[in-house]
Design a protein around this ligand. Structure first.
Ligand SMILES: [Zn+2]
Length: 113
């Protein structure tokens, strides 16, 4: 798999964790643990983000604002963000996950499972 895609997936996971960590229910962990956790996640996020090409990172951030995430897996040829079926010519490509691609319908960055 393309390294940038791997990093985007990791970034997406961290963003989801940060969202959880900043939510109310996370408070049961106690303040110290929570603060430490968020600090570590943010540090990790910065490191990963710094290694992603700027134009792709910008696109990811824009998508995140719009959809709550910047990348989505394609499962059974269906985009899990908008639930549109991928066109046959896209679904039959042999170089899947080798470069950063977007869903033709919703524009989210996609990867193939
Ligand atoms: Zn889509």
């Amino acid at each position: 798999m393309n390294k940038v895609i791997e990093k985007l997936i990791a970034l997406n996971d961290i963003d989801a964790m940060l969202k959880d960590a900043e939510s109310e229910e996370y408070k049961r962990l106690g303040f110290q643990t929570k603060e430490q956790c968020i600090e570590n996640l943010k540090k990790m996020r910065d490191e990963i983000a710094a290694s992603i090409p700027k134009s792709i990172l910008r696109r990811y951030e824009k998508l995140k604002k719009k959809y709550g995430r910047g990348i989505a897996p394609v499962v059974n040829n269906i985009c899990t963000n908008c639930f549109m079926q991928m066109p046959t010519e896209v679904a039959s490509k042999t170089d899947k996950n080798e470069k950063v691609e977007t869903c033709e319908n919703c524009g989210i960055i996609i990867y193939w499972t």
